[in-house]
Design a binder for this molecule. Structure first.
Ligand SMILES: Nc1nc2c(c(=O)[nH]1)N[C@H]1C(S)=C(S)[C@@H](COP(=O)(O)O)O[C@H]1N2
Ligand SMILES: [Mo]
Length: 208
């Protein structure tokens, strides 16, 4: 016999309820931070690292690591949603808004275009409409949960586009190229959706 107080079965260890309306369709909440990488974690040398925004004509704006650090910082707290169906709430980041980078690039003569492709160390790419990386909804992030972003999660720098499935948040990002037309990236060429809005369950090409 146990002399522990009676605790109703199903209560012990139960997680707090997911707040209604916060989980996109088909997703479940996790407290872990899973690592999903299509290849090995690249080794990055910050002394030679740069971030580049390049237009279709080849004009480019470039930031060294120190120059990127010197830009105005934001600390977004956001929910993230992976197409493998986990969602994680209230993740906290430190980074520079893509708006700030695009504005600075425009001031240096880089022409805007309606689509971007993020490119990365290791060769990963992902495509996004310009509208999804502007308007205060996307960041180039180098901090997570109050610490430098860990290499397996994309450190030193990853793209953060939390309102789209997390494969759009390119790890080890090195820059953006601007395009007049949509150019599918790594997962998009393999059948994943060009936009990837979790609230519309845009997982695969052909989804609404
Ligand atoms: N460069 C690069 N970025 C990437 C990936 C990748 O394989 N390579 N995987 C994507 C996928 S599918 C997801 S779900 C998230 C996972 O980020 P995490 O490992 O920090 O959870 O990174 C995205 N960004
Ligand atoms: Mo993913």
């Amino acid at each position: 016999m146990s002399d522990r107080p009676f605790i109703a079965r199903g209560f012990v260890g139960r997680r707090p309820q997911t707040p209604p309306g916060r989980l996109p369709p088909g997703q479940y909440e996790t407290r872990d931070f899973p690592v999903l990488s299509a290849g090995p974690t690249p080794r990055v040398n910050l002394a030679t690292w740069d971030f580049t925004i390049r237009d279709a004509a080849g004009r480019a704006a470039r930031w060294s690591w120190d120059e990127l650090q010197a830009l105005p910082r934001e600390t977004p707290t956001v929910d993230i949603h992976c197409v493998t169906k986990w969602s994680k709430f209230d993740t906290t980041w430190d980074g520079v808004s893509v708006d700030a980078l695009l504005d600075a690039a425009a001031a240096r003569g880089v022409a805007r275009a309606p689509y971007v492709v993020a490119f990365c160390d290791g060769g990963y790419t992902t495509n996004l409409p310009l509208a999804d990386v502007t308007g205060g909804r996307a960041w180039v992030a180098f901090g997570y949960a109050g610490a430098p972003l860990a290499p397996e999660h994309g450190g030193p720098v990853r793209l953060l586009v939390p309102h789209l499935y997390f494969w759009k948040s390119a790890k080890w990002v090195r820059g953006l190229t601007l395009h007049e037309k949509n150019v599918p990236g790594f997962w998009e060429e393999l059948g994943y959706h060009d936009r990837g809005d979790p609230w519309r369950e845009q997982r695969y090409q052909g989804d609404p």
